[in-house]
Design a protein around this ligand. Structure first.
Ligand code: SF4
Length: 62
């Protein structure tokens, strides 16, 4: 799995950062970015983040 965030579209809701704090973090502009690619135990949570992002800017490549 490879995950990425289109930061320009992020509305800083905090969902992904709260759900997967080891994968997503906020940058200086309060936009989410991928701090670390998920390991296998985190993949389901990352899929949930991608599905739950209110502006659908989290992309997952399986
Ligand atoms: S869930 Fe989407 S909008 Fe919310 S912080 Fe994460 S990337 Fe940004």
């Amino acid at each position: 799995m490879k995950v990425s965030v289109d930061q320009e579209g992020c509305i800083s809701c905090g969902f992904c950062v709260n759900e997967c704090p080891d994968v997503f973090d906020f940058n200086e502009d309060d936009k989410s970015y991928v701090m670390k690619q998920p390991d296998s135990s985190e993949e389901d949570s990352v899929r949930d983040c991608a599905e739950g992002c209110p502006v659908s800017v989290i992309a997952v490549e399986e």
